[in-house]
Design a protein around this ligand. Structure first.
Ligand SMILES: NC(=O)c1ccc[n+]([C@@H]2O[C@H](COP(=O)([O-])OP(=O)(O)OC[C@H]3O[C@@H](n4cnc5c(N)ncnc54)[C@H](OP(=O)(O)O)[C@@H]3O)[C@@H](O)[C@H]2O)c1
Ligand SMILES: CCCCCCCC=O
Length: 502
């Protein structure tokens, strides 16, 4: 594989990468970890080291949480009006927008994704989070409640109302697949609500979180409101999840880690929202417009190398269109150009690491052993063995691991079905319930199917249509709580009832 066509990062991204060490942000200061240890972050395409990251541990988490607590209880943040918070969020969005190329290039170098994914979808999506939640800061309202309380002393009356108050110190623990936009999905609503944060990015992809934190400071955010502790999940992540002075953990990641987060929250019964894995079905009905449905289904699984929580990894095609769908998916998969994410010709970059590509390859091998057929793809490639060719698998059975487990790579399994009842039962036969897609020209039928699908989001004649206004999150073992949209504010607000005799 030729990776030599990768463009050089622009001057700003290059200057950021040239730093000796990327530090922790604690109480408004960039500091080394207390242990002084660092770890390397790699370009997944080549395996080359592109930065040294401070390795935070429990002591650093303690310091960051103390700073976030101080900022929440006593600092200027508490005194800022909703309109001032709104203006601050808008300013952060402006600064991000001005650095959109730099942020997209850093994301590509650290995560591997093809540049267009960050440049045209994820980084603008992150900016949109700040703009959307800038609007929410001024709309945090309670209600007045007409009670039936009989106790009314002479000349007095009952006045009852609710207030929505910030939950306090929030720990944000993030994954590596779409780092900046997923981090923005936590920071923007939390700041809109008036919370303070300690962020723990994935050890694989710390760079854009660090750069974003710098822009957040540049915008004038009071010190201690946003803190960043880079490091490993078992050290910094676990310390944050179990910290007794953290009021809430906002987690996005795998279901396995999500369970650990929920367990770790028990000490102080902190609030938890967990956005977890998926194995999302895409259904192509007999009346679908195949010209749209086939590329749509291919994009649903191959976008960002299938490393997307809502990836359409189980494809169900009606028997009357099955052969054409199979042929179309094979053509789409073969047409995808693999390469370095900074090569403008690249459609799909490497997976996050050689290790992850190996896991994806193991799934494919396991499927073959169980009797499935690989129609296209199934190979690992590249100098770092971190690429996996887009893979289409047929001849599957519902109990195979490749059908039941999240692979988180460019691998789709295709099954045929005869009618809506059969496909809904198959689609719902999963531990996960994150998203689903239906391709059909029969919209009445589609809306009835949408009701029956066990998924936090159902797309009709589309997939992965994100907007800051649309709540996303899961049912079943895909987690609970919602990011984006008005619903996300519930993660960061407590409801207080005030009942007074006045
Ligand atoms: N539902 C959604 O909205 C959504 C969106 C995107 C991704 N995801 C899911 O995320 C997964 C892929 O991301 P990933 O592999 O990064 O997930 P992961 O392994 O669960 O890691 C997520 C984060 O948790 C940290 N962590 C690991 N062990 C921990 C522990 N014991 N205590 C506290 N934190 C810990 C990780 O740190 P380290 O990186 O240092 O291990 C990382 O920062 C997929 O399952 C995908 O479906 C879900
Ligand atoms: C605007 C693009 C958002 C992408 C979010 C990916 C979430 C799941 O992996």
């Amino acid at each position: 594989m030729d990776l030599s066509n990768a463009l050089k990062p622009n001057a700003e991204a290059a200057a950021f990468l040239a730093r000796v060490q990327h530090k922790l942000l604690v109480d408004g200061e960039w500091v080394s970890s207390q242990s002084g240890e660092t770890f390397d972050t790699l370009d997944p395409a080549t395996g080359e080291v592109i930065g040294k990251i401070a390795r935070g541990n429990a002591a650093d988490v303690d310091a960051a949480v103390a700073a976030a607590r101080k900022a929440f209880e006593t600092g200027p943040w508490r005194a800022m009006t909703p309109m001032e918070r709104s203006q601050l969020l808008w300013k952060i969005a402006d600064l991000m927008e001005a650095k959109i190329d730099e942020l997209a290039e850093l994301e590509t170098l650290d995560q591997g994704k093809a540049l267009y994914v960050g440049r045209w979808a994820e980084i603008p999506g992150a900016v949109a989070q700040f703009r959307y939640f800038a609007g929410m800061a001024t709309k945090i309202e309670g209600s007045t409640i007409p009670t039936s309380i009989n106790y009314q002393p002479e000349g007095k009356r009952v006045h009852a109302y609710t207030r929505r108050e910030p939950v306090g110190v929030v720990g944000g623990i993030l994954p590596w697949n779409s780092p900046l936009v997923l981090t923005a999905m936590k920071i923007a609503p939390a700041m809109a609500a008036g919370c303070t944060l300690v962020l723990k990015p994935s050890e694989e992809t710390s760079l854009t979180t660090i750069r974003l934190a710098e822009l957040i400071q540049e915008a004038g955010t009071p010190q201690g409101v946003v803190n960043v502790v880079t490091g490993f999940g078992a050290e910094a992540g676990a310390a944050l999840a179990e910290h007794e002075d953290v009021n809430k953990i906002a987690f996005t990641g795998s279901t396995v880690t999500g369970r650990k987060i929920v367990d770790a929250s028990q000490g102080n019964l902190k609030r938890v929202s967990v956005e977890l894995g998926g194995k999302s079905p895409v259904i192509i009905m007999d009346d679908a417009d195949l010209e749209a449905a086939i590329p749509g289904a291919a994009n649903a699984i191959f976008f960002n190398g299938g490393q997307v929580c809502i990836a359409g990894s189980r494809l169900y095609a009606h028997s009357s269109v099955y052969d054409r769908v199979l042929e179309g998916m094979a053509e789409q998969a073969k047409a995808i150009q693999l390469g370095h994410g900074l090569d403008p010709a690249t459609h799909m970059g490497p997976l996050i690491s050689k290790g992850h590509a190996g896991k994806v390859a193991d799934y494919i091998a396991d499927g073959k052993k169980a009797g499935a057929s690989v129609l296209v793809g199934g190979e690992t490639a590249g100098p770092n063995q971190s690429f996996v060719t887009p893979t289409v698998i047929t001849d599957i059975k519902a109990d195979m691991r490749i059908v039941r487990e999240e692979i988180f790579g460019p691998v789709v399994v295709i099954t045929r079905f005869e009618d809506a009842d059969e496909v809904i039962a198959a689609a719902n036969d999963s531990d996960y319930g994150l998203a689903a897609g239906i391709w059909t020209e029969g919209l009445s039928n589609a809306t009835r199917m949408a009701e029956r699908l066990q998924a936090g989001t159902v797309w009709i004649n589309s997939h992965a249509m994100y907007d800051a206004s649309l709540p996303i999150g899961g049912m079943k073992q895909s987690g609970y709580g919602r990011d984006s949209g008005q619903a996300a504010m519930d993660n960061y607000l407590e409801l207080k009832t005030v009942c007074a005799i006045v």
